[in-house]
Design a protein around this ligand. Structure first.
Ligand code: 5GP
Ligand code: ZN
Length: 113
């Protein structure tokens, strides 16, 4: 997607602080961290949101969830962490490229919304 900020980050057209990359997945530090560790994990292929996951692309979500424990270990999150994806208007999704937030490095608030 030519106008997608995360596609531009994956392509290297916008700089990012990379923490992990393989053939299917890219992960980088959130520009506005909400916790001591705040990493965004995205599929290299543009999927608009969790609502765009289907039988054809769900293997990319599996690849993301294979990468997450590796990233968490590298970030020192042995005591746990939170994985979040915001979806659509009511979910307050601001970037329309599927991404999972990894948040950790402190005890996070025990609330969902
Ligand atoms: P959302 O609100 O869509 O779930 O999360 C989007 C996240 O992307 C936000 O936490 C925001 O700080 C982050 N973000 C937006 N633009 C950029 C950027 O250009 N670089 C980085 N590293 N993070 C960004
Ligand atoms: Zn994109």
């Amino acid at each position: 997607m030519s106008d997608c900020i995360f596609c531009k980050i994956i392509a290297g057209e916008i700089p990012s602080s990379k923490v992990f990359e393989d053939e299917a997945v890219y992960a980088f530090r959130d520009i506005n961290p909400m916790a001591p560790v705040h990493v965004l994990v995205v599929p290299k292929e543009h999927i608009p949101s969790a609502d765009g996951v289907n039988a054809e692309n769900s293997h990319l979500v599996a690849r993301i969830f294979e990468a997450i424990p590796k990233i968490a270990a590298a970030e020192g999150l042995a005591n746990g962490y939170r994985v979040i994806t915001n979806c659509g208007e009511d979910g307050c999704q601001s970037v329309k490229h599927l991404h999972f937030h990894i948040l950790g490095g402190k005890k996070l608030p025990d609330q969902m919304a």
